[in-house]
Design a protein around this ligand. Structure first.
Ligand SMILES: [Zn+2]
Length: 351
């Protein structure tokens, strides 16, 4: 974050202005006037929302939106920025633009202008604000940020565009969020290094998932594959803690984190994840079987959760043996070639 340097720049400029006008006699702070742009997030739709209107912010928080902090500080006047709303997006989607022709085009396409077409805030200043677009999202597909790191992360998980939207005066300030736990999107429970499970969540092995798994194993055997009946399924929070601590002691934390989950962060705690083993008792990674799982696991409601080249999104090295039961959605996810994070538009990566 370059909040510090940005603030210093503004105050230095104000200082010069003051000394020119008043000769440095008395100190009156000539701080630039700014408008606070609040940043909100809807966990159910994945939509980010930006407003300069404090009561609008409070109303959204009252109905369950998360207040994430100050998105940025904008000027009190300048080039107008408009907000339009897509009434046809599944969970609602807002788009912001400083380009009047673009706004008019979208309105022609059926989008609704917010604020009766009046500006929601203004562009001005030296700090670029970036927009990114998530082509896989049903709703909430636009994100605006001054943080290069956030923008680069979104682009790395499949968001597109990434152009500069307009300029702002100062970067914002995030507020600390409570840990994200038991987070579900489209009925799918998300567990990765960003979304955890409480210590007392102990559902045991999911019977529906197990039934499908046994059918999958049976079919692999029938085709003469190298697969055993032994698998590692449900793990309690405490047991995962034991495993993780052992790996940590053996390999060090940095390496342990690439292949073993910390307690509360393991998909195995959901009762919906299973590690398959070959006839030799080792985790299954022989090429023929691994490919069969990529091609057919979805027919049984499973996805191969941790794949090659996706480590920066899933947070783990490739694990051809680790299946996650997601039910109906599995086929669509497998066909898309996306990770679960990309497919549902949720955050992944490291802790
Ligand atoms: Zn596993």
């Amino acid at each position: 974050m370059n909040l510090k340097s940005a603030s210093i720049g503004i105050f230095a400029a104000a200082g010069v202005l003051f000394s020119t006008l008043a000769g440095g006699a008395q100190t009156v702070c000539a701080q630039e006037e700014t408008v606070i742009i609040y940043r909100l997030y809807n966990r159910n739709t994945g939509e980010h929302f930006y407003t300069a209107n404090k009561s609008e912010k409070n109303q959204l928080v009252a109905i369950g939106w998360t207040y994430e902090g100050i998105g940025w500080y904008g000027p009190t006047s300048g080039d107008p920025v408009y907000r339009v709303y897509n009434p046809n997006a599944a969970g609602g989607d807002h788009y912001y633009t400083a380009n009047q022709a673009e706004r008019d085009y979208l309105v022609n396409q059926g989008w609704k202008p917010d604020y009766n077409g009046a500006p929601v805030f203004y562009s001005g200043g030296d700090i670029p604000l970036y927009v990114a677009y998530n082509p896989n999202a049903q709703s909430g597909s636009h994100n605006y940020t001054t943080a290069d790191q956030e923008q680069q992360y979104l682009l790395s998980i499949g968001w597109t565009h990434g152009a500069k939207a307009w300029n702002v005066l100062r970067v914002g300030e995030e507020v600390a969020q409570p840990p994200k736990s038991m987070y579900t999107v489209d009925g799918i429970l998300i567990v990765n290094k960003k979304y955890s499970l409480p210590a007392d969540y102990a559902p045991g092995e999911n019977p529906v998932a197990k039934e499908h798994l046994l059918r999958l194993i049976g079919d692999m055997k029938a085709q003469g594959m190298n697969i055993s009946d032994r698998y590692s399924g449900y793990r309690s929070y405490a047991y995962q803690g034991q495993l993780y601590r052992n790996y940590c002691a053996q390999y060090g934390q940095a390496q342990a984190d690439t292949f073993s989950a910390r307690p509360g962060y393991s998909e195995h705690q959901t009762g919906l994840a299973f590690d398959l083993t070959g006839r030799n008792g080792e985790l299954l990674e022989s090429p023929r079987e691994a490919q069969w799982l990529l091609d057919h696991a979805a027919e049984y409601g499973f996805i191969v959760r941790y794949q090659n080249g996706k480590e920066h999104i899933t947070g783990y090295i490739a694990e051809p043996w680790h299946l996650r039961y997601v039910g109906e959605a599995a086929k669509d996810i497998a066909t898309s070639g996306l990770t679960l994070e990309e497919y549902l538009g949720v955050e992944g990566g490291g802790y």
